[in-house]
Design a protein around this ligand. Sequence first.
Ligand SMILES: Cc1cc2nc3c(=O)[nH]c(=O)nc-3n(C[C@H](O)[C@H](O)[C@H](O)COP(=O)(O)OP(=O)(O)OC[C@H]3O[C@@H](n4cnc5c(N)ncnc54)[C@H](O)[C@@H]3O)c2cc1C
Length: 325
Amino acid sequence: MKVAIVGAGISGLAVAHRLQRAGVPATLFEKSALPGGRVSTVSQDGFTWDSGATSIAPRGKSIEEVLLTEMPSEGLVRIEKPIYVHEALRVSSGEISHSHSPRFTYSNGITEFAKRLGIGADIRLNSQVEDIKANQSSYTILGEEFDHVVLTLPLPQTAQLLWTLDENRPLSNVSYRQCLSVLLGFADAPAPLPYHAIIDPEQVHPMGWLSVESEKSPNRAPEGASAMVMQLSPRFSKDNFDRSDEFIISTALSFTRHLFGESFAHAQVALVKRWKYSQPENLARFEAVNQPGSRILIASDGLLGGRIEEAFECGYRVGELLLNA
Ligand SMILES: Cc1cc2nc3c(=O)[nH]c(=O)nc-3n(C[C@H](O)[C@H](O)[C@H](O)COP(=O)(O)OP(=O)(O)OC[C@H]3O[C@@H](n4cnc5c(N)ncnc54)[C@H](O)[C@@H]3O)c2cc1C
């Protein structure tokens, strides 16, 4: 059985990992220079930020065994401080439900999880798949033939690849939120904080989420400095997605100044990451999209839920469908 997986985010890597456990090799095609997709880490001038997903909360799913038992624990960080909430930037501990799940990252960045998951896999980096050709009993991708193909892109992009095959699946109702993430490196650190992140549970304020990376894990900022990631709310991100970096950064800095004082009105490093597809607003049904016997399968966070552990779970389920085929 020759299996191609398009996309080396967590869904695609989980499919490959599940197959690898059963001794079945697979080839992953990834358009970027690194695996991980929305599990991504950026480093600059001594600062390190998780620029997409900011932590892994296994919640008892298949990812837990792989993350906590199978993989080496070196560099794995259990985030000890909770998540607080804010209402119009007034911060409080809020309800325990926002912080009760154990959360993890790696000291050198969350993307380490993707790197470890991909060990031993055949990953073709810088390989963007623009079309797939259907032959009588196989498929051709970038000049290679495969018996089975798994598509793992955000569902609107998966739908576009399916069109090149004249295939249709019930994906059209799924849309994704846009997210503006601002990566900030400050020369100062706030006084020790009782939280590692703050969320606006209602998502009415433009600051939807703030993660203090240097509270989350060691080594994220030089001595005495601090690193933060601010995710602007879905509404603000949609309305301002194409505005200049200067505008987006100055908006973010007005909030850090309000929260932590004058030293946080200016950043030593400030970068904007625009996520066109951050998390799904609604889901397609796994069973409706992946019919038994189909040689084109789909694994994505748009099927079971817009989180790392759900993307992983979906990849495992698709891996099992292939092994049963
Ligand atoms: C800002 C943000 C915050 C988030 N916060 C959290 C959080 O706190 N907790 C949590 O659990 N989850 C969070 N998530 C969601 C989580 O990151 C995703 O649910 C998960 O990583 C999705 O994995 P995936 O493999 O399904 O998709 P992706 O990670 O999108 O992987 C798809 C891969 O396909 C590649 N690709 C795309 N097109 C092509 C092509 N044509 N050819 C080849 N390769 C292609 C992409 O480069 C990518 O690597 C967040 C996401 C974002 C963006």
